[in-house]
Design a protein around this ligand. Structure first.
Ligand SMILES: [Zn+2]
Length: 149
């Protein structure tokens, strides 16, 4: 299980080795993604709270990166954080998320990115429920849910 101390170490020293790497020119991303997906994944935009696809959605399935298709989160770790964005307590695997310090907007935060394609997902905070204590606060536009079975 990933805890806050692990998140800090990943951001400060080195991130886990990704399962694979996908690097595309920004023009290719722009062609492949919807405008809203491109703004979030490649330009680190934040979508409006509540008015997004997965905020209040709890159907079973996995959440993949909208950029590269990597499975990033499982609905079993999704919870209601009253933040207006889909929130999770753990990634689907330790090596699918990359962490970086983000001091934009006069805030000190930890950014969560797809470890395969580098797409911006959202941020991680240490105020989630036990046992991990983590809250991955993500943009719906960075994710695509796949229903299983
Ligand atoms: Zn990705």
């Amino acid at each position: 299980m990933i805890r806050w101390i692990d998140v800090l170490k990943f951001a400060k020293y080195s991130n886990p080795e990704p399962p694979r790497r996908l690097e595309l020119p920004e023009a290719a991303w722009q062609e492949q993604l919807s405008p809203a997906q491109f703004q979030v994944l490649r330009q680190k935009a934040t979508e409006p709270p509540y008015r997004n696809a997965y905020c209040r959605s709890y159907e079973p399935g996995v959440y993949t990166c909208a950029g590269c298709g990597t499975v990033l989160f499982d609905s079993a770790t999704k919870y209601h954080a009253i933040s207006g964005w889909p929130s999770f307590t753990q990634p689907a695997a330790k090596n699918v998320i990359r962490y970086a310090f983000d001091s934009s907007y006069h805030m000190e935060r930890i950014e969560a990115l797809c470890n395969v394609c580098g797409g911006h997902l959202g941020h991680v905070f240490p105020d989630g429920p036990e046992p991990s204590g983590l809250r991955y606060c993500l943009n719906s536009e960075s994710l695509l849910r796949l229903s299983l079975g």
